[in-house]
Design a protein around this ligand. Structure first.
Ligand SMILES: Nc1ncnc2c1ncn2[C@@H]1O[C@H](COP(=O)(O)OP(=O)(O)OP(=O)(O)O)[C@@H](O)[C@H]1O
Ligand SMILES: [Mg+2]
Length: 516
């Protein structure tokens, strides 16, 4: 036993001697280089290759790191894992839970084309004394991807693309839509972003939208074709974007349609307030900061800036500040310092409009005739959708949504629906007005509510008829006055006759003239 202890002590002595020799002979820098060399040797000899994906890449957050984290949280990757511990979270604005790989855990993914990918999530503490000009997290995080060397040429790039695509899908599915606005003018938020966002919770969908079913189907098909048309757009050399013009009277569902589009496609909305944009370059910057898979909306475009023809019609004086004077309308040097129609045209269909992809532009207006044809041409506004007064099929949708009618209910009728159909064909009533009657009267019961709509339509017809009658009478009176002026009596001149009417006519007219 004694001998054993003696030999153990001498071995420890030898070990301590070699350790101190190593420390003297190999200073820390040399040891570090040695370990690097060994690692490189191992890499060269290994049948696998390794890729580090760190969380913070230089100064900015590495998008790939976030994408990998989301991807590994997807059920496809998680279910193909050989074990692995997942952490659960519920991000801000999200309506569902996501799970991701825990710190210092690993996972094997077999879900991509039969290849095998090993993932390690490596989290290390950042040295306390490390200096940085900007705040950095206490932990250094990163993923290491290990794949077979022979798989690399076929697998690596498509696998990373697949991860990016899957991640953006998951992000869209998990997060509620966002509604962005540029309402704070040209100022930027602390992250240098010109857009502010809030969760977008508008409940409008194509099911709730009162629109003729055929037209609704055509719009939905067009949107679907667009979303699935990546290769088509690439093959034909077109930018992957599409423009929709929604026009029609107030209250016919233009804004509701935009919300339905966003909810149908799962896109975010950028609500661009043009009056807050003062230059073309500001507009371009806003465009550059929008993401793919989004709808860029300009509501009431006829009211935003003067959209008359660039050269033929100079802007009215009160709009000059938006257009910056006439010089830039003609392409003068001041162009970059103001917002012009040509800036807007380039925004929707110029080179800069392609700086992202899969984007939809929607313009709305109550007065389509006021808009410059250049803005309406295909490529800018590819589909023009007229949102009009309520038709009978649209009315049925509203009755189903608001009163709970079924399709069959419209068949079993004692004449009420027939009357409704006849009236709605004759009288103009917007879906907004119909909805208002249905909201107010729905408590009275289904039938009473429909009767109220019929009454409202009759009232409008009567009101409309009365209005038409009044208008006709006023027109007649004006015509008579004109005739009286044109045929002066007793040889008086027209001017004298005018003076007579103005001064000697009804007191009301005179009073008005005096007051001026
Ligand atoms: N086609 C429609 N289907 C369903 N609801 C509609 C429709 N049109 C209008 N509404 C209802 O009327 C309200 C106003 O509609 P919306 O804001 O979409 O009209 P708009 O055409 O954008 O009006 P404006 O031109 O004044 O902006 C909505 O809250 C919605 O409930
Ligand atoms: Mg609107």
């Amino acid at each position: 036993m004694k001998e054993l202890w003696t030999s153990l002590a001498s071995m420890m002595g030898v070990f301590a001697f070699f350790q101190s020799l190593l420390t003297v002979a190999f200073p820390p820098e040399l040891r570090l280089a040695l370990s690097r060399l060994l690692r490189r040797l191992r890499t060269v000899l290994s049948t696998h290759c390794y890729f580090d994906i760190v969380e913070i890449d230089g100064v900015s957050t590495n998008e790939l790191y976030n994408a990998v984290q989301l991807y590994l949280s997807s059920s496809a990757a998680a279910s193909s894992s050989s074990g692995g511990r997942l952490s659960l979270s519920r991000p801000l604005n999200s309506s569902s839970f996501t799970f991701s790989l825990s710190n210092a855990d690993s996972l094997v993914d077999h879900s991509f084309r039969g290849f095998t990918a090993h993932w390690d999530h490596i989290v290390t503490q950042r040295p306390q004394n490390s200096f940085s000009w900007r705040p950095v997290p206490d932990e250094k995080r990163g993923f290491t991807l290990k794949i077979k060397k022979k798989d690399k040429p076929l697998m690596l790039e498509p696998y990373l693309d697949h991860i990016m695509d899957r991640a953006s899908d998951i992000r869209r599915r998990n997060q509620d839509r966002l509604l962005f606005t540029n309402s704070k003018g040209g100022s930027l938020d602390p992250r240098g972003h010109p857009w502010e966002s809030v969760p977008f919770k508008h409940p409008s969908t194509f099911d709730t939208l009162a629109l003729d079913p055929d037209r609704k189907r055509a719009i939905m098909d067009d949107l679907r074709d667009f979303v699935e048309g990546k290769s088509f757009y690439q093959r034909t050399g077109r930018a992957w974007k599409r423009g929709y013009l929604l026009y029609g009277p107030p209250g016919t569902g233009k804004s509701s349609m935009i919300a339905a589009m966003a909810n149908y496609l799962g896109y975010d909305i950028y609500d661009l307030e043009l009056t807050e944009v003062s230059t073309n370059s500001e507009l371009r910057k806003l465009l550059m900061k929008t993401t793919s898979k989004s709808i860029i909306v300009i509501e009431d475009i006829d009211c935003s800036i003067n959209l008359s023809n660039r050269v033929d019609h100079p802007p009215p004086p009160k709009r000059r500040h938006l257009l910056g004077g006439e010089s830039e309308l003609r392409g003068g040097d001041d162009n970059a310092r103001s917002l012009t129609l040509s800036g807007l045209l380039n925004f929707t269909d110029g080179l800069w409009s392609c700086c992202g992809s899969e984007r939809i532009f929607v313009f709305t207006t109550n007065h389509v005739e006021k808009i410059d044809p250049a803005l309406l041409r295909c490529g800018r506004m590819d589909m023009h959708i007229h949102m009009s007064y309520c038709s009978y099929p649209a009315m049925k949708i509203l009755m189903k949504n608001y009163l709970g009618f079924e399709d069959g209910d419209f068949e079993l009728d004692d004449g009420l629906f027939a009357e409704l159909e006849r009236l709605i064909g004759e009288v103009e009533m917007t879906p907004a007005d119909v909805s208002e009657v249905l909201i107010k009267r729905r408590r009275l019961g289904k039938r009473r509510a429909v009767e109220e709509v019929v009454e409202a339509l009759k009232g409008r017809r009567k009101g409309g008829a009365m209005w038409e009658e009044n208008a006709r009478r006023e027109e007649e009176e004006e015509e008579q006055e004109k005739r009286a002026l044109e045929s002066p009596k007793n040889g008086e001149s027209v001017e004298a006759a005018e003076g007579k009417i103005e001064c000697g006519g009804g007191g009301e007219v005179r009073e008005e003239k005096k007051g001026e």
